[in-house]
Design a protein around this ligand. Sequence first.
Ligand code: IPD
Ligand code: CA
Ligand code: CA
Ligand code: CA
Length: 276
Amino acid sequence: MTTAINSVELRSIAEGAAHSVGDYLRKAFRGVMNVDQKRDQHDLVTEHDRACEEMISTYIREHNPGAILFGEEAGRIDAEGPATWYIDPIDGTSNFVQGLAFFCCSIGVEVEGEIVAGAVYDPMADNMFSADANGAYLNGETLKTNPALPAGAATVITGYPTAKDLEIDGDEFALGVFNSLVTDFSSVRRTGSGALSLCHVAAGWTDSAFGASVNAWDVSAAMFVIRQAGGTYQDIRYSEEQGHDHLAPGYIAYGPGGDFPTLIKAREDLIKNRQR
Ligand code: IPD
Ligand code: CA
Ligand code: CA
Ligand code: CA
């Protein structure tokens, strides 16, 4: 089996797995739920995150026997492979808890150290973003990223890293970076789902995105979608050890032709700040 055929099949399984929790999430949204804090008040989990991860894992195991699973809630579950599945059952849990309809299910697939397929499903808008070796897709149609607007006219979607996320003292540094975005872009949005925001860049619905505290389950699928759609995704690694198997903890991303010195500087400053 060639990688190309393999990756098409893997994409189809990723789409099926993400789609399999759509009805569940739509029903659970805005209902009564148990909310627990994981690390702190910025890091929430509900019974629905865990239930969806279980459903997704069952689906993947059925369709890809031997799958190595790496989910946000259950951690890594080893098997013979060769595919590793990065699963974020709900990316944007805070939005889901609040009743804000901007969250998604994200599933990225890695083979031999490379992401080869991915699916990001927005159950409220019923949008399936996906990618394989041949390209990127939105609801099955080929997806090509539009050119980005010039910086002063462009929009950036960002996550806001806390001092704890960055493992530094105080929020001043991150606030300074945020301030530079507010000054230099036409508009700044903090949407609360890194994966869905990146897919909005891939679809040309926003010009750029910047995130500084993510994990492989957050970004593996969306990174692949945006690259396969012709956009740029550049990671932010704070050290040499942050190898591919965990993907990098940060990113800047934009549409073709994007020229965003503020994002490039933010990326460089983050790397420098962490090296001190
Ligand atoms: C979070 C979201 C958020 C990003 C955080 C992630 P979760 O994922 O993607 O946009 O800023 O770093 O942890 O916890 O909602 O799955
Ligand atoms: Ca989380
Ligand atoms: Ca996430
Ligand atoms: Ca999550």
